[in-house]
Design a protein around this ligand. Structure first.
Ligand SMILES: [Fe+2]
Length: 474
């Protein structure tokens, strides 16, 4: 740790090369070429975030846990499409631009940065950068680029960076997967930390003010990495897999993130109204990155909470030479009254990036989409080539083979429609050939997996990324 860190060799890191290779230009392009026909009622923007290091990382690079955030945006109006991409211009990135090189170390190789190089008001988060590279959401009219644990960066609807955003000083940080309740307008969030309180949750009211400051979750006595959670009409559901953050190990050169299956996986069900009565349930160790959705149901007068998610047998990239991890589509039925969980593998299929029609967030859904893997040899770890829609009522999965790498798909409701499939799916896709050319593919959700309605050609590469959202024009 006291040795100066050297830049990594990107050609040796799959997540810095090929279709992951960062782009170094910020462009604006109007009147994009469209194959097919854009739906006239699809008016708004699709913004997607992902890590895109500005400089060659120092010491190490761990995907998908770090990297300067870059947002790729597609705007649709009057049957026309335009595109722009922008980094989230953080203070840390500004300091590195001033220096002309990376200053911070990678997550697994922290560096003691010369504070004089970081300016008078550096982003909190040392020795790591504040990198809002995971997600982008809109709440109370504000667009926020998000990392987990840290503060968001506010951006404009046109992707210009406004600055670090702390909700008027009321929040020290938040997760990358907050949930906006479509019925109350509240944004519910959690935050994990490497020091006490290790886990807390909070609420932003529909007007953007903090209505529940970060409230510690009792019973969590060490630091766990928790990437996503679920919110139902009355409860917050936190799934705590045994991915432990060990800062002492990190500072002595060990792995900051460790898989401790002996701890099992725990589920906390917390009343959203703040009343006491957190219920804990224990089960065998499993891991999840993302939850499609959760909702309450009544079984003979008793509460159950249904949670649909891509299940993993372990925490892949930190398990070293251990057994390969397995994935499945899983449904957990939680019985808070008896403290029990019934976990069923609905399908033995490894998938990721589950999404629903967000108008049903926290309420009963029937459908969700995920991306999956056909087995194509060209794909590398973290890439998918299938868009899959799961029907939880029939148990049937419909698959569209993209013949290319497809990222998370988002659902854009058709204005005026209310049915769950009344709208469109949008996803960024990159070709498998040497060009790695990018496009946004648009499907009619009601007709899926019929061929797409339209494909919008993006005039530069769009590296594989993480999460985004559709923002209907307001
Ligand atoms: Fe995520």
């Amino acid at each position: 740790m006291n040795q100066p860190l050297r830049p990594v060799d990107p050609s040796t890191i799959p997540e810095l090369s090929g279709r992951f290779e960062p782009v170094q230009t910020e462009i604006d392009a109007a009147d994009l070429v469209v194959r097919g026909r854009l739906p006239g009622d699809l008016v708004g923007s699709y913004l997607r975030n992902g890590p895109n290091p500005r400089f060659t990382p120092l010491g190490s690079y761990t995907y998908p846990l770090e990297g300067d955030g870059m947002i790729h945006g597609l705007w649709l109006e009057d049957g026309r499409a335009r595109y722009a991409n922008r980094w989230v211009h953080t203070r840390g990135m500004a300091a590195e631009e001033e220096a002309g090189r990376a200053l911070y170390g990678g997550l697994l190789t922290p560096a003691f940065v010369d504070m004089a190089l970081l300016g008078p008001d550096p982003d909190p988060g040392w020795p790591s950068r504040l990198d809002p590279f995971i997600n982008v959401v809109r709440h109370a009219g504000r667009y926020l680029a998000l990392e987990e644990g840290t503060l968001p960066y506010e951006i404009t609807s046109e992707l210009a960076t406004v600055g670090r955003y702390d909700f008027g000083g009321a929040l020290a940080g938040m997760c990358a997967h907050p949930k906006v309740d479509p019925f109350t307008g509240e944004m519910v969030l959690f935050r994990y930390d490497v020091e006490e309180p290790y886990l807390a949750w909070g609420v932003i009211g529909p007007d953007g003010t903090v209505t529940r400051p970060l409230t510690p979750v009792p019973g969590v006595d060490q630091a766990f990495m928790i990437h996503d959670f679920a919110v139902t009409e009355h409860f917050v559901v936190l799934v705590i897999g045994p991915g432990v953050l060990d800062m002492e190990a990190m500072l002595s050169g060990g792995a900051v993130l460790q898989w401790r299956p002996e701890l099992g996986t725990r589920v906390a069900v917390i009343p959203r109204d703040g009343s006491p009565g957190i219920r804990w349930m224990d089960t065998e160790a499993f891991w999840l990155w993302h939850i499609a959705n959760a909702y309450e149901t009544d079984e003979g007068g008793e509460l159950r909470i249904v949670v649909d998610f891509p299940w993993w047998s372990g925490l892949g990239f930190v398990m070293g030479d251990g057994p390969p991890i397995r994935g499945a589509l899983a449904r957990a039925t939680v019985d808070p009254g008896r403290g029990r969980i019934d976990l069923v593998h609905v399908e033995e299929r490894a998938t990721e990036f589950p999404r629903i029609d967000d108008r049903r967030l926290g309420r009963r859904h029937r459908f969700f989409t995920v991306v999956g893997h056909s087995g194509r040899a060209e794909l590398v770890r973290g890439e998918h080539d299938q868009l899959i829609r799961v029907d939880t009522a029939s148990g049937e999965s419909l698959i569209f083979d993209c013949g290319a790498v497809v990222g998370e798909a988002v659902f854009a409701p058709r204005p005026g429609g209310t049915e769950e499939l009344d709208g469109y799916y949008l996803a960024f896709v990159s070709s498998l050939d040497v060009e790695r050319s990018a496009r946004v593919v648009i499907w009619d959700a009601a007709d899926f997996p019929a061929p797409p309605l339209a494909e919008v050609l993006i005039p530069q590469r769009v590296p594989n990324g993480l999460h985004g959202n559709w923002f209907a024009a307001t």
